[in-house]
Structures are given as structure tokens and as C-alpha cells.
Design a protein. Structure first.
Ligand code: NAD
Length: 412
């Protein structure tokens, strides 16, 4: 399988069929700055990275991941995807990402805190509320952001809550951040259903992943009247054509640790939920789950990519051929970074909004972004032999916005 950085480069390369990109600008877009070091914590050394991809439209922005599978290629790809994501939803940030090669599940709270603080000491000169703003990602959370903020403020000597987002509310986090990504995806679903000419009650959905993103997406869709016919977590999947109660499944998962064995639902493999008979399938767990070897089994009319990078470029071409519409990750899951932006705005203002205000502003951003991508998708002509889909449309829009900012800044 290709690595995520190669996928990210292929996706950017595809845009060149539609946009003139100056060689110097293309070179800059394909060469993020990567900081790397080994963090010494409790007698062990852990490889750590921060990749800063582009800051033409605003400070770098991107999460920090603690995972054994972290690689330089992955961090670079994720930093590039952040640049496009922020540009698609029109928020004034660039793209970055950080990671540490570690499995933190066996760590005590104290070791986890030491690792978090060590990461900040490594990157302290490169971050800041007007420079680069980290956030949680896989296996990092609000508590880790709180330790990181504390370490940062100790080292720089002043308060700077806007340097990290995804913080606990008590330290300046935003109301609505927890459900923001799922909520943003739900707004995308509502617009998608409209353009497909479907109705809520007749639309069936399968969701892979029942973590923060998958749970909120499925719950909101379920409450709005959509029929959830399949759900999966890492242990397995369940299918019920009559429809599943997301809250009921979640309660079962809380008790037993998995969705498996819920009511009379049929048990299947986690991967199989992507191929069930449903109008819309929603990968909301991992990257590269729809690939060349299984893309042909997808039977849905549309895919909403709530996970980052769930569809490989080879699978993209297959879905396109099958006329399956895929709403790209850089649009579908941008609700999270949008509310992170709201958190940063509130921190810099020192004035905090009600939950309803956050969602109202989120919906306006997501609707506007969907509309812009949809219009671009409908209007542009497809050069021979090229894949023209909503991803390419979103990329064209995003890359155009980033290049415009780079050109306005000049090249001196
Ligand atoms: P999470 O850790 O809360 O949940 C992940 C879920 O995926 C869990 O339910 C887990 O059981 C499930 N899972 C893991 N392996 C699986 C497998 N093989 N088959 C089926 N399910 C599996 O993570 P999350 O925050 O919900 O993130 C999910 C995805 O969304 C990731 O790709 C992440 O990068 C992306 N994302 C998250 C946010 C956010 O705000 N949390 C924002 C943008 C994108």
C-alpha cells in the first residue's frame, strides 16, 4: 500500500490538470518543514515530529498524535491535508501536524504528562497563538492539551490560551468542540441528501467507527430521522435493515465493550459495513479503508469521509467510475477545525459564546463550504483521462485560495 505522503502528493498533482501552478509555488507546497527529535521520558526515547506545511493564509494549525504507527510520511501528509481543509472552510489558518511514535495505553498518568511536556519543550520556539496552534488528535485529548498549555506558558512566561485548541472548558475550551466534527458532518449530510434528491426518512446510512466522530455523526443523523442500518467498531460490525438505535447500541457498547451482540442485529466484520446495502456509507475510523481491492464492493450512492484519508487515490478512481459521489475528508470532517478556530477566536477575544451560537456559526461555515465545493464540482469541465470528483473540486478550490495568498505575499 502507498504511504499517506505519496497519496497526498498524487492528490495535489491531480489539481495541476485544472490549475496553473507556478513551479516555485509547487515546490514550496511539496516541501513542508519537518522538525524531528527524540524525546527522553522515563528512561526511554521516543521519536517525535512536527510538520509545518503552509502558513500563507494564517498561522499553522494541526493536531498532535501519540501512536506507534506515526511516521514522518504520515505527519507530512496530515499537515498538507490541514492546509487544504482550512482553506476549504475559509478559516484563516495554514496546515501543520505533530506526532510521537509511542503507544501511550500502557503509560501512567505521570509518564503521559512527562511526554506531553517534553513534546512542548522540543517545539516551544515553533508554536504560539500567531505561529502554530496544536490540538488533540489520535490518543491525545483535553487533559494533554492542558499539560501542554501549562508547559508552554511556563517556558514563555505569559498566558497564551490561544496556542492550543481542544482544551478543557475550564482552561478556555469552546462549548460544542466535542461534538463539532460529527455535527459538521451532519450538516454536510443534510446538504448532500438535498442535492441527491433523497429524503431523511428514506435514506439509509452505514457508519464504520463509533468513537468521537462516528458516534456524534450517527447519533445526530439518527435523531433527525435517518435510518442507520449498520455500525462498526474495531471489534466488529452489526447490520439491521430495520434500523438501529444509535443510543441503544452505544449503551450496549458501554456495557460490553463492543457493538457486537446488540439485539437481533446480524454480526459482520468491521470492514463489511462499508459494503452493505445503504444509500450512504460513512468511514469514520481509520485511513485507507476503501482501497483498490474493495472499492468495487461499495454499493452506496455516496460516501461521506469523516475519517482522514479513508479512500486511497486508486479507490477514488473506481468510485468515480461507478458514479459514487464521495464527499472528501477535507470538507466532511472540517467541523472540528472550524470549532477549534472558534475556540482560538474566543481565547483572543477573552469572551465566550453559548453552545447555540457555536453551532449556528458552524452550520453557516459548513453550508457555505459545501456550496462552494458543489458549485465548483458542477461547473468545471473534466480534462480527458482525469478523475473529476468532489475531492478534486475541493482541492482546486483550496489550492487556488492558498496560491492566491502566496502570490499576494510576493516571492522576495
Ligand atoms: P476515536 O479514537 O474516538 O474513535 C475511533 C473509532 O474507530 C473507535 O470507535 C474504534 O473502535 C473504531 N475503529 C478502530 N479501528 C477500527 C476498525 N478496524 N474497524 C472499525 N472501526 C474501527 O477517534 P475519532 O476522534 O473519532 O477519529 C476518527 C477519525 O476521524 C480519524 O481518522 C481522525 O483523524 C478523524 N478526525 C477526527 C476529528 C476529531 O475532531 N476527533 C476531526 C477530524 C478528523
Amino acid at each position: 500500500m502507498s504511504d499517506p505522503w505519496s497519496d497526498a502528493l498524487v492528490q495535489l498533482e491531480a489539481v495541476r490538470a485544472y490549475l496553473q501552478i507556478d513551479e516555485d509555488i509547487f515546490k514550496q507546497l511539496t516541501h513542508p518543514t519537518v522538525y524531528a527529535t527524540e524525546l527522553a521520558v522515563a528512561g526511554t526515547r521516543y521519536q517525535a515530529y512536527r510538520s509545518q506545511h503552509n502558513n500563507a493564509r494564517g498561522p499553522y494549525k494541526g493536531g498532535i498524535r501519540f501512536h506507534p504507527g506515526v511516521t514522518e510520511a504520515e505527519v507530512k501528509a496530515l499537515s498538507m491535508w490541514m492546509t487544504w481543509k482550512c482553506a476549504v472552510v475559509g478559516i484563516p489558518f495554514g496546515g501543520a501536524k505533530g506526532g510521537v511514535v509511542v503507544d501511550p495505553h500502557t503509560f501512567s498518568g505521570e509518564t503521559l504528562q512527562q511526554l506531553s511536556r517534553a513534546y512542548v519543550s522540543f517545539i516551544v520556539d515553533q508554536i504560539g497563538e500567531q505561529r502554530d496552534i496544536p490540538a488533540p488528535d489520535v490518543n491525545t485529548n483535553g487533559q494533554i492539551m492542558a499539560w501542554m498549555l501549562d508547559q508552554y506558558e511556563k517556558e514563555v512566561g505569559y498566558q497564551s490560551p490561544g496556542t492550543f485548541t481542544g482544551k478543557p472548558i475550564a482552561l478556555g475550551g469552546s462549548l460544542g468542540r466535542e461534538e463539532a466534527t460529527g455535527m459538521g458532518g451532519f450538516y454536510v449530510l443534510e446538504r448532500l441528501v438535498e442535492v441527491l434528491g433523497l429524503t431523511r426518512n428514506q435514506t439509509t446510512i452505514a457508519v464504520q467507527g463509533l468513537g468521537n466522530v462516528g458516534y456524534w455523526f450517527a447519533k445526530l443523523a439518527n435523531e433527525a430521522g435517518y435510518k442507520i442500518v449498520a455500525l462498526a467498531d474495531s471489534a466488529g460490525g452489526i447490520v439491521d435493515t430495520k434500523g438501529l438505535s444509535v443510543e441503544g447500541v452505544m449503551e450496549h457498547k458501554r456495557k460490553t465493550g463492543s457493538v457486537k451482540g446488540y439485539g437481533s442485529a446480524k454480526a459482520v466484520e468491521s470492514q463489511a459495513v462499508l459494503a452493505v446495502e445503504a444509500d450512504i456509507v460513512v468511514p469514520a475510523a481509520l485511513e485507507q479503508v476503501i482501497r483498490e481491492d474493495n472499492a468495487d464492493s461499495i454499493r452506496a450512492q455516496a460516501v461521506i469521509e469523516m475519517a482522514n484519508g479513508p479512500v486511497t487515490p486508486a479507490a477514488d478512481a473506481i468510485l468515480n467510475q461507478k458514479e459514487i459521489l464521495s464527499v472528501p475528508d477535507i470538507l466532511a470532517n472540517a467541523g472540528g477545525v472550524t470549532v477549534s478556530y472558534f475556540e482560538w477566536v474566543q481565547n483572543r477575544y477573552g469572551y465566550y459564546w453559548q453552545r447555540e451560537e457555536v453551532f449556528e456559526k458552524l452550520q453557516a461555515r459548513m453550508d457555505e463550504a459545501f456550496e462552494a465545493v458543489w458549485q465548483t464540482y458542477k461547473e468545471k469541465k473534466q480534462p480527458k483521462g482525469e478523475v473529476w470528483n468532489m475531492r478534486t473540486a475541493a482541492y482546486v478550490l483550496a489550492v487556488e485560495r492558498v496560491i492566491q495568498a502566496m502570490q499576494l505575499r510576493g516571492s522576495a
